[in-house]
Design a protein around this ligand. Structure first.
Ligand code: PHB
Length: 463
């Protein structure tokens, strides 16, 4: 079964809502439901907007780095993950409880997830997947129907334990229990997920209950030391009123900056605080908040605003499924185009380096190193970078064949560890090694920036 599509709002917008922001968020939601990519013509058809309007919205989103335009298609781009990160950081649940969920998954050797309610649905905020032949593919940001999933039943019925016996998908079984904050409110549900080939529902319960119970006790102890984690306070729907008026497309950019104003240090913000964090006028912030509240991305509670899990419908799940080669692909294409040479990405694989992506310009003689090919580390510049220790800078190597030169630089993860190498490999004497090194460093910095924003709350495989 596919995750539920993000809900569309049926009531008319309040008069002071910002139309370009409504449309821009609708485009992001449609791209998310389509798993990240749609033709512009299809976006126009599905949204009922004029093609010229869709083009302007997508151009604005592309300008912000949130969408990539590629011929006729629009695709979600890694920097959009900043919007999901704002919510996940403000929620603090992934940061505080994620490591305990990871440990539980190791202990049980089963997939474990954390979910919160999102209107009638549930949304995953943390996922630890166990790779199996039959593996579950829900990711952070995906939603499931509340009444048809184990965490949904926990929230809906207030029960201490709920079971999903193939409600979501044939063969998939899950047990979920609530995790409560110090005030007794349910903060999230933790699920252990398995398959009928491994367990029946009662054997799954029997196998996991002990470890699940101790894990929840530990999670609740962590939450007890964090009184500011307020849990599930849906808050009343915003009903503020104000001035109307038409708005240019900058209002889309401004509205999105209101969403990314929230974080772990400011999970609940007043209008004044958002204005000062974004540098926007209070009236602008207010109208953006009215719009986001109308679409269900923001809740108002007294004088403060909070993001809701619906924010994760803006790109999170497709971007959670990405890999480093996919993140790097457009940067490799741009670099290859700029240098007119073959550029590649590789990872360490034992004492070899494995090519994970390559873009080569069309020419009579070009370097032919296919994705998946493995070369001895010591004869390639990428190998020197990958095996050369954390202080490795750029490496220049003549080889692996006579007449070839390769230059490589490291790509580092959020912790500064070298996870990949980016290289240019070409015939010696064709290019300027220093110029190549500079261009590689710039491209590696762009790849790393995209990797860092994407991997803040979800693991990004390096191949
Ligand atoms: C999950 O993929 O984490 C999952 C799926 C179905 C459930 C609960 C959790 O009922």
């Amino acid at each position: 079964m596919l995750p539920v599509p993000s809900p569309s709002v049926t009531q008319p917008p309040p008069a002071e809502a910002v139309t370009p922001l409504i449309r821009g968020l609708d485009v992001l939601r449609r791209l998310t439901d389509a798993d990240g990519t749609l033709a512009l013509a299809e976006l126009a058809r599905a949204s009922g907007l004029a093609r010229s309007t869709v083009d302007r919205i997508c151009a604005t989103l592309a300008h912000l780095g949130y969408v990539r335009l590629d011929g006729r298609d629009a695709s979600l781009a890694p920097p959009l993950m900043a919007v999901a990160n704002a919510y996940l950081d403000a929620l603090r649940v992934p940061e505080l409880l994620g490591p305990l969920a990871d440990r539980l998954a190791d202990e049980l050797d089963e997939s474990v997830s954390l979910a919160v309610p999102d209107g009638p649905d549930i949304r995953f905020v943390h996922q630890v997947l166990r790779r199996r032949a039959l593996s579950i593919s829900f990711r952070v940001g995906d939603a499931l129907p509340g009444g048809g999933s184990a965490p949904g039943l926990v929230f809906r019925d207030g029960v201490p334990l709920a079971v999903d016996d193939q409600l979501v998908e044939r063969g998939l079984i899950a047990v979920a229990v609530p995790v409560r904050g110090p005030g007794g409110d349910v903060v999230c549900a933790v699920s252990v997920v398995s398959h009928t080939s491994r367990h029946g529902v009662s054997s799954l319960r029997g196998a996991v209950l002990g470890a699940l119970g101790s894990c929840v006790a530990e999670m609740e102890a962590v939450l007890a030391r964090q009184p500011q984690v307020t849990g599930l306070r849906p808050g009343p729907r915003s009903s503020i009123t104000g001035e109307a008026g038409s708005a240019p497309i900058v209002s889309l950019a401004r509205g999105l900056s209101v969403l990314t104003a929230f974080d772990g240090a400011g999970p609940a913000l007043s209008l004044t605080e958002i204005a000062s964090r974004t540098g926007l006028a209070r009236a602008t912030v207010r109208r953006a908040l009215i719009t986001c509240a109308y679409l269900g991305h923001v809740d108002q509670d007294e004088r403060v605003y909070r993001l809701t899990p619906r924010v994760l419908a803006l790109g999170c799940a497709p971007l959670s499924r990405t890999t480093l080669p996919r993140i790097a692909a457009p940067h490799l294409a741009a670099l290859s185009e700029r240098l007119g040479e073959s550029v590649g990405l590789s990872v360490a694989d034992g004492d070899r380096v494995r090519c994970t992506a390559r873009v080569a310009p069309r020419r009579v003689m070009s370097v032919d190193i296919g994705v998946g090919s493995r070369l001895p580390a010591d004869v390639t510049a990428a190998g020197r970078v990958l095996l050369g220790g954390e202080c490795a800078g750029a490496a220049v190597v003549d080889g692996p064949e006579d007449g070839l030169r390769s230059v490589a630089v490291p790509v580092r993860d959020r912790d500064g560890r070298i996870v990949s190498a980016l290289d240019v490999t070409a015939h010696q004497g064709r290019g300027d090694t220093d110029a190549w090194t500079d261009a590689l460093r710039t491209a590696a910095a762009s790849v790393a920036a995209d990797l860092h924003v994407t991997s803040r709350f979800v693991p990004v495989p390096v191949l």
